[in-house]
Ligand binder design. Structure first.
Ligand SMILES: Nc1ccn([C@@H]2O[C@H](COP(=O)(O)OP(=O)(O)OP(=O)(O)O)[C@@H](O)[C@H]2O)c(=O)n1
Ligand SMILES: C[C@](O)(CO)[C@H](O)COP(=O)(O)O
Length: 224
C-alpha cells in the first residue's frame, strides 16, 4: 500500500493574532508544524508527506528547517486563499501511485499515531475515515427569531483531522467549485453523495487556534 499525507498549513492564523502565522510558532522550542510532520513520520517512516504553505513563506520555511536542523523529508507546495483551495493544490500534487491520503491540519500536532493508523485502516476498508470526538458540554440551537432550544449531544460529534480517503475519490470530489458548506474535507466528499465513515479521534488532538490553545499545547507537550 502506497500512502501519503497532505499537511495543510496555508493559513494566516488571524484568530491567534501573532506576528507570525501560528503554524510557525514554537512549542517546546520547535515550530508547531515540525511536531505535526514528525508525528506522521513516527506513524510510518515511509509515508510521503506533502506540506502546503502560504506561497510567500517558502524561504521562511527553508530557514526554519535549517535553524532547527529539521530533516524530515517532505515536498512543499503553495496553498490557496482558503483551506479548500490549499487542499485542492495538495491533491493536485499527488501522483496516481498513491492509494490513500490523510489530510491533516498542520496546527493539530497532538494527533496520536494510533488515530493516524486507524484512519488508514478504516479508509482502506470503506473509502474514508473522519476522526471525531464526543461533546463534553451541553448543546443548544439558536432559534432564528431569538431564544434557543435543547439538542441531544449524543447525536453530534466534533470533527477533527486526519480525514483519510481513497486518492481517486477525493481528487474527484475536489473537482467542484468551492461552496460555503465546505468547512472540511468530509463535506466535500459527501457532496458527491458518498457516505463518510467516522473513527474516534483523540481528545488531545486540538486545533491550535487562539492564544490560550498555545498554553494548553505546551502543557500537552510536557506530558508526552
Ligand atoms: N488558506 C488556508 C487556510 C487554512 N489552511 C490550514 O487549515 C488548517 C485549519 O485552519 P485554521 O485553524 O482556520 O487556520 P487559519 O486559517 O490559519 O486560522 P484563522 O482562521 O484564525 O485565520 C490550518 O492548518 C491552516 O494553516 C490552509 O492550508 N490554507
Ligand atoms: C478541518 C477542521 O479542522 C475540522 O474541524 C475545521 O473544519 C477547520 O476549520 P477552520 O474554520 O479552518 O478553523
Amino acid at each position: 500500500m502506497n500512502n501519503c499525507a497532505i499537511i495543510v498549513a496555508g493559513g494566516s492564523g488571524t484568530r491567534m493574532g501573532a506576528p507570525l502565522p501560528k503554524q510557525y510558532l514554537e512549542i517546546g522550542g520547535k515550530p508547531i508544524l515540525m511536531h505535526t510532520l514528525s508525528k506522521f513520520l513516527k506513524f510510518s517512516p515511509k509515508i510521503d508527506l506533502i506540506l502546503v504553505l502560504p506561497s510567500p513563506d517558502m524561504d521562511l520555511w527553508k530557514s526554519l528547517c535549517l535553524q532547527h536542523e529539521f530533516t524530515v523529508k517532505h515536498t512543499v507546495i503553495s496553498g490557496g486563499k482558503t483551506r479548500f483551495q490549499s487542499v485542492k493544490n495538495g491533491l493536485a500534487a499527488l501522483g496516481e501511485d498513491h492509494d490513500l491520503v490523510a489530510i491533516h491540519d498542520g496546527v493539530r500536532p497532538f494527533v496520536s499515531v494510533e488515530v493516524i493508523k486507524n484512519s488508514f485502516i478504516e479508509a482502506q476498508k470503506s473509502g474514508s475515515a473522519i476522526a471525531v470526538a464526543p461533546l463534553k458540554d451541553s448543546l443548544r440551537k439558536l432559534r432564528v427569531h431569538g431564544g434557543s432550544h435543547f439538542q441531544d449531544r449524543q447525536q453530534f460529534r466534533l470533527v477533527q483531522t486526519p480525514q483519510t480517503f481513497q486518492v481517486k475519490k477525493i481528487k474527484r470530489a475536489f473537482q467542484i467549485d468551492e461552496l460555503p458548506i465546505f468547512t472540511d474535507d468530509a463535506t466535500v466528499y459527501e457532496h458527491q453523495g458518498w457516505e463518510v465513515s467516522l473513527i474516534s479521534g483523540n481528545p488531545e488532538n486540538i486545533k491550535i487556534t487562539t492564544p490560550e490553545d498555545l498554553d494548553y499545547a505546551e502543557y500537552l507537550l510536557s506530558k508526552q
